[in-house]
Design a protein around this ligand. Structure first.
Ligand SMILES: [Zn+2]
Length: 205
């Protein structure tokens, strides 16, 4: 096991702590494809609630973005590097697989990371190909590989990427079975990059 402290000295001051850990694990998992990582790069439309289609500049999304898209980063030489298809994806926190369903690029995996008896909160990992061991009900460790980014369906600007949605709902709300139900169910979407939410996620077991 490599010493995580020797990994890239990217700017940790402006990021939620889950993202620092997630990025470290992603780099370790995907060597040598992710090298000289400096910082994530978000084009307009990649962040929470943004309206642009980043793959089609000038076009709008049908609904504000439900999460964050991880597609490319800036390397230490200042170059823009896109994630490869089949980039290994580590779980952000420990939890339990609550749902698995198709999306328009691959599959979406919903892991409930916290349940205090009244409210449940979790993460949807979208546009991935989950590993075969990932089944509903399975317990997941923090950092466990849950899948790889799905390949492009067709040549074009919509590159392979990981979409992350963070959400919370009352415990009696059923897990979503597709993206339409996410909009219909009383599920509150959270900005994954918000520092305020970061404090809450730190309390997760
Ligand atoms: Zn997205």
């Amino acid at each position: 096991m490599k010493n995580l402290n020797n990994l890239p000295s990217f700017d940790k001051t402006i990021q939620p702590s889950w993202l620092i850990e997630f990025t470290r694990r992603l780099i370790l998992l995907n060597q040598p494809f992710i090298q000289n990582f400096k910082a994530w790069h978000f084009q307009p439309g990649m962040r929470f609630q943004e309206n642009d289609q980043w793959w089609r500049p000038g076009s709008s999304r049908p609904a504000p973005h439900e999460g964050v898209d991880f597609c490319c980063f800036i390397d230490k030489a200042g170059g823009l590097v896109y994630l490869q298809p089949e980039c290994g994806i580590p779980a952000l926190f420990k939890g339990r697989v609550a749902a698995l369903f198709d999306d328009f690029l691959g599959r979406s995996l919903y892991i409930i990371h916290n349940n205090n008896g009244r409210q449940q909160s979790g993460v949807i990992y979208a546009h991935i190909q989950p590993t075969p061991e990932i089944t509903v009900g399975r317990m997941i460790k923090a950092g466990e590989v849950v899948g790889v980014t799905a390949a492009q369906r067709q040549p074009g600007p919509l590159r392979p990427h990981l979409h992350l949605t963070m959400c919370r709902a009352a415990v009696n709300v059923p897990p979503p079975t597709n993206w339409q139900t996410i909009h219909r169910l009383p599920i509150e979407l959270i900005n994954p990059l918000s520092r305020q939410e970061d404090r809450r996620h730190k309390k997760m077991p």
